[in-house]
Design a binder for this molecule. Sequence first.
Ligand SMILES: [Zn+2]
Length: 324
Amino acid sequence: MADKNHFYYDHDKCEFVPVVYYTKKRLLHTLSFWLINGIVLASLGITLLSYNIGTPSEIALKAENRTLLDQLETTKVSIIDLESRLHTISELDNEMYRSVLGLEPISYEERMAGIGGADIYSEFDFYSEETSEILRWTASRLDNIERRLSIQKLSFDEIKTYYNENQERLSHMPAIRPVAGILLSGYGMRVHPVFKYQRMHEGLDFRADIGTEVFATGDGVVKYAGRRGTYGNLLEIDHGYGYITRYAHLSGFADGIRTGTRVDRGQMVAYSGNTGVSQGPHLHYEIRINGNSVDPLNFLFADITPEEYKMYRDIAENNPMSMD
Ligand SMILES: [Zn+2]
């Protein structure tokens, strides 16, 4: 249609001649031009996208990697918690079980033995820095926990053997809480609540309302049951093997408790009170070995969990006042 309407003037021929358009050729040329451009641009785009974002499968893998790393971070928190709990158990093992039973404590270095040396985690260096770091951390900490647990198990096995071989002696040894109350003050230098100066507090103070039941902490024989100075009403039990326990500021004694009475561990022997020099109702509990006072906190092993031990230890260390 168009070519029929367009003419140009030919000076040589002195006439108008129709303009000839090479329609098909032009169309083809234009099409190819845009097609090639399109392909080039699309390829460029895909390359750029793949480079920056990734193919769909790569995107899925990256998401999976992120989830795995996040999960490893969560695991890290659990591992730190496990380590701290294991540490409390090993403290309890050394300070309570082993030291009281006369077994050599296992040092921190021994418990941590086997750490370091050849780099057995170098295989992780193959990965990115972030991944490699967290994989190394997790693997080494888990190995460490495993080693510490096996050392702890050996220690408990040793204690069990010792217990089986020394049952008679151990049934006499003070080993439980004398009263159900919580701890108020620990053993050591404390400000006296009445005299207001620092002096040695030779026992533990447990909170106990007047009349709370008090139990013998090991098998033994009543050595004294009566009034004694600042102690108020005092019960003293001789457990043999050099051990003596004292229960002070009592409101009274259980039926049949008098000098010479045989008592068993866990037997109700007295009632707590506020007699003698005392800041308020509580039970003052002492342990003496061959006449010398020791920290009774280390002699509660038959009925205390590691968590309770930690709590008691914190209270004993942080309260500067005693109830006396
Ligand atoms: Zn006290």
